[in-house]
Write a protein that binds this ligand. Sequence first.
Ligand SMILES: [Zn+2]
Length: 329
Amino acid sequence: MIRPLLMTSMAALLLACSAPSAEGVAEAEGASESAEDVKSLVPDLPTDRIKAGSFEDVLREYRQMNDRLDRVSAPIRLSNAALCTETFRDPGFQAHSLEDYPERMRGVAQALLGLEPNAIYVRSVRRGSPAEKADIQPGDRILRLNGRAVPGGPTMTRFYSALSRGAFAGRETRLTLRTPDGQEYETILQSQTACDYPTRVIFSQEINGHTDGQEVYITSELMRGVPDDVNLALITAHEMAHAIAGHMNQAPTKALELEADRMALVLMERAGYDIDAAITYWADAAHPHRRLQDDSDSHPTIVERYENFRQEQARIRDLKRADKALKFN
Ligand SMILES: [Zn+2]
């Protein structure tokens, strides 16, 4: 399931979305697609926030943000496999390698994260996941999957991706790992079927969420601006909905945005999130970014989104009362 966890650039924002935040709504319309604005997935130094040399703080924040996003999005991915067009078997940990980091950061990554070249390591372990139950720890090096050695070298990440996909597809996977202090251990892990839309934080001053149809990206500025997990879940579910419905292949319209909002509520409800709490946010008419949204041709207004949320909320409530299966409208 590994994908390169850090990428130096993104080709394009195929679909820019608006999203709620603590201060207001992201003004994503017209988000530039230039490499200048689509910031690296890894923090750039120096920035106005970060003193040069404090890579450690940046890396720590980056990891915390990714762990939070993973924790918030996991229930959505795990509860909606039946509705997702792409699924995979999720072991509950994420992996990375030194080579995932830009060259200029590798020295720091090696020192801070204990990564040696040409090796795959556990980056994070989700709470309550099969990996946690198997007592896998971040920083452990992955040596073998079902007895097959994880190779090193330039094609390592791709090879590991294919190998892990096969290995975790089964009912049980046998992993051999090595702790940072050199202890080798073997563990059996049962993966779970989940929607195959990994979520990832990218470092950017823009407040934005988007998807390329394969992954969901949330900017660091948006992560900082959304203190409550329910609204972060809504943003993530909205982007996932675009990916599930294949909206990236179409020109952005109000109708597609509203459809993604409705789908997001279904994804959230099935994942056990409090959709009433999420919708309440949109009731605030004195929205700070309201005017920007209202000027947009391809994005619905706050009022339109709120009304749309309310209608879908009612539909979901009726289905629940009638004890019917919750599907997209
Ligand atoms: Zn959208």
